[in-house]
Design a binder for this molecule. Sequence first.
Ligand code: ADP
Ligand code: MG
Length: 243
Amino acid sequence: MSVQIEVTDLHKTYGKNEVLKGISAKFNKGDVVCIIGPSGSGKSTFLRTLNGLEGATSGDVIINGYNLTDKNTDINLVRQHVGMVFQHFNLFPNMTVLENIMYAPVELKKLTKEEAKEKALHLLEAVGLEEKKDTMPEMLSGGQKQRVAIARALAMDPDVMLFDEPTSALDPEMVGDVLDLMRRIADDGMTMLIVTHEMGFARKVANRVMFTDSGVILEDGKPEDIFDNPQHPRLQDFLSKVL
Ligand code: ADP
Ligand code: MG
């Protein structure tokens, strides 16, 4: 198994608030890891340091051999290989669905316009939204927006996909479609780190679950161990509230 992401003693401080207090973890190619934990425990901050949206205060983040914390590393180049999906979609509001998906591959000169269009149409078909290609994002439901956001991230052929609570802003009836899509991406072998409160999804789809609390990883293991045999009292308490 090849290590794709290696995080060593990662710290992140905002002013006097130490949000990440020494996180170390390795993720292998094809890992599907769900990150669970209470609000404010640093889950979003952790994901954001993995694609350079936040700089680390200290420690190392190495993705595909590139050290994100090295000043000489071209962060934009690394970021092209790390797709990110946000709770609130973050689609470009002034572009059609198709243009949203074509934008990065064309702008970063990975594909010609024709190639990007062909690829975008293919991805839209895969997420079940071909007929929405010329629609503006504001006309879509939350679930449709999130499927477009996922297609947009996939258009860059990322090596890793980061999801930050991708279903938390959705109406309940939309959640299943997005989780089904994420499961298909996992089945295709994508390396995925997913911050989520969907414990059923974590149990079924993840090969590993990490519990974070107050900026540290308190437990890291197979879903069945985390959910059926939690060791740390704080994990036991957390699960008693969410399950
Ligand atoms: P989670 O995603 O687990 O809810 P976050 O990573 O969003 O947690 O936040 C962890 C802590 O970091 C919180 O106390 C939050 O207020 C703080 N924080 C997050 N982002 C910033 C920021 N850009 N500036 C200052 N404080 C921040
Ligand atoms: Mg968060």
